[in-house]
Write a protein that binds this ligand. Sequence first.
Ligand code: GLU
Length: 333
Amino acid sequence: MYPQSPVHESKISNQPLFRQTTRLAPSPTGALHLGNAFAFVINWALARKLGWHIALRIEDLDTPRVKPGVIDQTIATLEWLGLDWDSGPMTQIDRIERYQQAMETLAKGSFVYPCALTRSQIEQAASAPHTPRPDDPEHHETRFDPALRPESIPNAFDDAGTNWRFITNPAPTSFRDTHMGPQVHDIYATVGDFVVWTKRNAPSYQLAVVVDDSDTQVTQIVRGNDLLDSAARQLMLYRALGIANEPTYTHLPLIRGPDGRRLAKRHGDTRIDTYAQSGTSPEKILGLLACWCKIIPPRAPISIHEFKDRFSLDTLPTDDITFTPEDDAWLRS
Ligand code: GLU
């Protein structure tokens, strides 16, 4: 019932013969929980099965303030799960100059403009209904109405102390996700002009990811499906920056609590470190992740190497997965 998957991952086997590169890109926002671990372990297993280079990148711009020690703790948690990588860690904080250069390129092409409007000004102008966020339908993203653009678009990036937005066009972005299938995202209609540079004098997540992935020649991006529509935004940036080599995307189901909301503190303490401190073995955590991937029956521990050998995107659900109180009780038993 739970066969070993073939050496070649059938859904991704048509790749060209040059070396593929992926990245593990944790945000050091606090300890990794089961949902993060699920995505990282799958990313690692695919890479090790298919011979991809793995780069570790710490997304330390994602949060306004990264507490000392959190980066080391994040790395230690990945290692505790049995993951390894071939290069890095690279941190974003040292790369501000590269992001500024990308902004200069975007400004030269008149793809971006400064925008000092406040959230409430933007909300007042929003004509379209707010778009529910895919990871948490109770939260909404306010569309930035392109009617709010300034009359003249500059062609130089001359003020790094304000927000800058990317000009979206009324044309959907299409791509094929390895796991989720064909995608069509109309960012103009749902999100509107999105922020690429923030008034904190730092790139937004969307811009930093594109510059980093392109600079480190990442060809394979594997992550949670809450970032599916970010992939569309990121592809728009690849094209505006004139970067020809676009990555292949593999978006994974999200882990949700019994209430259907994305796994978070409200569902209890699901941090990997907390389980480790209370005596749960990595094999048990991996056993739960493997059961979610439908490669072993429930309630069985598994080693990281066995996880890698058995993992297949063919059995991985596309629907999101529910973490139950019974799962938690088994991990703690
Ligand atoms: N830093 C993000 C996270 O921890 C991942 C972003 C990405 O993979 O593009 O969820």
